[in-house]
Design a protein around this ligand. Structure first.
Ligand SMILES: [Mg+2]
Length: 225
């Protein structure tokens, strides 16, 4: 079985505005600092890593995570009602085809906290494709999150015969996939162009998910045969 471990932001959906606003409100509430993300790169990082870095820079203790996540999810729901963002090109057809393929299973591998991940997907009716996944609270690094996604998916789908493929839009997705020992299909629908992603050596690289199947067939000729 092929297991696609799929990133959310920049890969399936573009929800930068609502996402950023919700995170800012939650962090400002918690720590009372203006412009908490100034100078902190956000792309491809886990939500947890972002908050941890804010704490480090401002020498603050980490928040109580469950309460922080609940607050963040509450704000995200409000912000998504105002501005749900958009589904990226090729996503719906790609997921529909993956969902119907007997040899393919889907999991999330995202830096979002679990409730936030499902709010973003539900806003675009994509949540039902992903019964399982690894999330921002599941590990200290993105590679750990991918490993958790892989383990949980094997248990969920009831098989150890699994070939994982990470699908994501940033250099960090590629690096994390390789750290976890997984191949990566990069999509240039986020903040990074194909030219910018290419030096990180993803196993496959496409402009958007419209082009994903031919690339995947080439990577796994025997599994999809
Ligand atoms: Mg992403």
């Amino acid at each position: 079985m092929l297991l696609f471990i799929v990133d959310i932001d920049g890969t399936l959906v573009e929800i930068r505005k609502a996402s950023g606003r919700a995170m800012r409100r939650a962090v400002e509430d918690c720590f009372h600092i203006p412009d908490p993300f100034l100078g902190i790169p956000l792309s491809g990082r886990t939500d947890r890593n972002i908050v941890e870095e804010v704490c480090r820079r401002h020498q603050l203790p980490e928040p109580a995570w469950p309460a922080f996540i609940e607050r963040l999810a509450g704000y995200l729901k409000e912000e998504l009602d105002r501005d749900p963002g958009r589904v990226l090109p090729g996503v719906e057809a790609f997921l529909a085809a993956a969902g119907q393929h007997r040899e393919v299973a889907l999991a999330l591998g995202t830096g979002n906290f679990r409730p936030c991940a499902y709010l973003k997907l539900a806003a675009h009716r994509l949540d039902a494709y992903f019964p399982v996944g690894g999330f921002g609270e599941d590990g200290p690094t993105r590679a750990a999150v991918l490993q958790v996604a892989y383990e949980k998916a094997k248990a969920h789908y009831g098989t150890n015969q699994v070939h994982p493929l990470v699908i994501g839009d940033t250099p960090l997705d590629i690096e994390a996939a390789h750290q976890a020992g997984f191949p990566c299909l990069s999509v240039a629908t986020g903040n990074f162009s194909a030219e910018a992603l290419s030096p990180y050596r993803p196993e496959a690289l496409v402009e958007d998910l419209h082009q994903a199947w031919p690339a995947i067939l080439e990577l796994f000729p025997h599994q999809l045969g």
